[in-house]
Design a protein around this ligand. Structure first.
Ligand code: GLA
Ligand code: ZN
Length: 669
């Protein structure tokens, strides 16, 4: 899909308004007024497309597609599989989900279906293929949107059999599985694959290998369903690219196993703005954008966002003037080629009747929200040359879904909270304070091409990560790993012979014991002046790793407790590079100072500006130009002096107020 402009629009559900042609007409007029150039159609429209089994109605959709095309509005066409009509659930009860406690759902909701059910697959295939035959080559349609926010799991008898077959394929023999899961514990060993059942709160839920493989199976089964829908589209005659919308920090699926099935990554972004300081929410959101962009390392689409307030968060807070623009441009700054809303016109009834929309129940364009949407539309047109540019990052953080699944499922060392994402975000914040673009990788990526890589709590080692880290450091990279890394293998079996597994020489140490702290307790890492200034001290909480340093050089030591004087942060030279090991869960300022120091030492090529707190700096580029985004999410207005060779595309002068965005461009030499 080659775009010339940012896609600007969102979900549109004309099937809710077919009895009001005047409204549909008005909608297109308003879209034009707001510079909207895209809508997503069909997402939950199955019952309008196929009101009875085998009876298909496409005229309404054709009419709308035609008039959108006449008005130069692009369409992302959805398959309707995310919610099924009542006739379908009644005729084929097997399609409804069974929960982990083995209770079966009745009709209702969405995503309430089994991805294994042959009947569901047959009916989805048929409707998808028909839509593709009808509209897959319609000139308005530019992209397929498969289903909607895939998620959840089903424990029905069909899924049990599919899981057993999946396990058989993976392990071959039951003895191999028993070994991998250590089922001998509590005498839970299996005699055949047919005996295995999915994890359940009513039965087996402590076998971590089972839990982990079940999660992998759910991802694979969902991926297989996506592939199935793609096949229907293709066999219907459409060669258009595909996307599927992903969710914020969604842990039910490993998105890395889905990314290669689709052409464009897209995701739905609903931050709880104003709940915390905006700079805090902005950092959290930025991380998600970077995670999504890193999946395919190319521009993604902001598929949904709310133009005003959602209705499903605990408090439906309005966005203060300017925040919608800032949040939308933040997506662009981090690599999105779109700004899309849920939704264009607000529903009249049912569960989303109070969810914000571009056109609300009042139905006219003279609203605060519509005006800001329109202003933003204009700004995006002026930034069109940025579409398609990519993000280059010299630094990365390893954040691996499978390792996180396993780590968070394990009992011990701190069942009341590992603070994993807090740690990831402290590191991310430290890097972003240096104005660096950051990639978020899982363990399956190659590590070369980066200067600095962080691996917080890399509990599981899989996909040959040990050798990749060794090679990365040996060839000159800077690798920073923390406590609770290299503990288990890919089946969640503990490594024997010392940790971090197979990297003790690279880090020059062995982790002897890990102390977990009560919430009320803390310790302090005190600098010896070798790396940080002599007067530096950093508080740590939650975890203190007691290491035995071999070749590693101590940079901080614990201040108190029975391990007073033990190393708390160390550095080890290995080959041409340096490996750092962070022994404890240090406060934010530790990571801010560490990132600053690493960037200085490595002399990374940076934009020569000082970045105040709350201000975000990112870049996008193509062969000819670099684009620089500066956004202020802090409360104070700040003065930022940009060197003269940068041409200002958005904003004026050097003072940047809260929620403002400045965009600059520069020719590459
Ligand atoms: C999700 C869904 C949409 C809508 C919005 C509301 O992202 O994909 O259909 O329900 O939430 O915020
Ligand atoms: Zn099922």
């Amino acid at each position: 899909m080659r775009q010339k402009e940012f896609l600007y629009g969102g979900d549109y559900n004309p099937e809710q308004w077919l009895d009001s042609p005047a409204i549909l007409e008005k909608d297109i007029e308003y879209m034009k007024k707001a510079h909207i150039n895209e809508v997503t159609l069909g997402t939950f429209a199955w019952s309008t497309i196929e009101p009875e089994e085998g009876l298909f109605k496409f005229d309404w959709l054709r009419q709308i597609l035609d008039s959108l095309y006449e008005n130069e509005i692009n369409v992302i066409l959805s398959t309707p599989s995310a919610a099924r009509p009542k006739w379908l659930a009644d005729a084929y009860p097997e399609v409804l989900r069974v929960n982990a406690d083995r209770t079966k759902n009745i009709f209702g909701g969405r995503h309430n279906h089994c991805y294994t059910s042959p009947e569901y697959r047959r009916l989805v295939y048929r409707v998808d293929r028909k839509i593709s035959e009808q509209f897959g080559n319609h000139p308005a349609v530019k992209l397929w949107h498969i289903s909607n926010e895939f998620g959840g799991e089903c424990h029905c008898p069909l899924c049990q059999v599919a899981f057993q077959q999946w396990l058989k394929k993976k392990y071959g023999a039951i003895q191999v599985l028993n070994k991998a899961w250590n089922t001998i514990f509590w005498s839970h060993d299996y005699l055949s694959f047919e005996q295995i059942e999915s994890p359940s709160p009513k039965g087996e839920e402590m076998l971590h290998g089972l839990n982990l493989d079940w999660k992998r199976f759910v991802t694979d089964q969902t991926a297989d369903f996506i592939a199935w829908e793609k096949k229907a589209i293709k066999e219907g005659g459409s060669e258009l690219p595909t996307t599927t919308n992903m969710m914020y920090d969604y842990r039910g699926l490993n998105y890395h196993k889905i990314k290669d099935l689709i052409d464009v990554i897209s995701w739905d972004n609903y931050p709880t703005w104003h709940k915390e300081a905006e700079a805090v929410t902005a950092l959290d959101t930025a991380f998600q954008h970077d995670f999504m962009r890193s999946l395919l390392k190319k521009p993604f689409l902001l598929k949904e966002s709310c133009p005003s307030a959602t209705n499903w968060q605990s408090v439906s807070k309005l966005k203060a003037p300017g925040l919608l623009t800032a949040a939308s441009l933040q997506a662009i700054a981090h690599g999105s080629d779109s700004v899309m809303y849920f939704q264009i016109r607000q529903s009249r009834g049912a569960s989303e009747k109070f969810h914000g929309a571009v056109i609300d129940h009042y139905g006219k364009a003279d609203t605060r929200v519509f005006k800001e949407v329109t202003e933003l539309g204009k700004k995006l047109i002026n930034l069109s040359e940025i579409v398609g540019t990519t993000t280059k990052s010299r630094v990365a953080i390893i954040h691996d879904s499978e390792s996180r699944w396993a780590m968070e499922d394990s009992q011990g060392p701190r069942n009341k909270g590992l603070h994993y994402m807090d740690t990831v975000k402290k590191i991310y914040g430290g890097l972003r304070r240096q104005g660096l673009n950051v990639d978020i990788l899982d363990m399956e990526y190659e590590l070369d091409g980066y200067d600095i890589i962080f691996a917080p709590m890399l509990y599981m080692f899989r996909s040959g990560i040990e050798s990749k880290i060794r090679a990365f450091v040996a060839s000159g990279g800077i690798f920073i790993m923390t406590y609770w890394s290299g503990i288990v293998d890919e089946n969640d079996l503990c490594h024997l012979g010392g940790t971090p597994h197979q990297l003790m020489d690279v880090f020059g140490l062995r982790s002897m014991e890990l102390d977990a702290l009560y919430d009320k307790d803390s310790n302090t890492g005190v600098s010896n002046g070798v790396f940080f200034n002599k007067d530096k001290q950093y508080e740590c909480r939650n975890f203190c790793d007691l290491i035995k340093a071999d070749t590693a050089k101590t940079l901080l030591t614990y201040e108190s407790g029975f391990y007073k004087g033990y190393p708390a942060f160390v550095q080890n030279k290995y080959g041409k590079g340096t490996a750092y090991y962070v022994c404890a869960d240090f406060e934010e300022s530790f990571y801010i100072d560490l990132c600053q120091k690493l960037v200085e030492d490595k002399e990374l090529d940076q934009i020569p500006i000082t970045i105040p707190e709350g201000v975000s700096v990112t870049t996008r580029e193509n062969e000819r130009q670099v684009f620089l985004f500066i956004q202020n999410f802090g409360d104070e207005s700040v003065n930022i002096k940009i060197p003269g060779e940068w041409k200002q595309l958005l904003g004026t002068g050097s003072i940047i107020h809260k929620y403002e965005t400045m965009v600059f461009s520069k020719e590459k030499n």
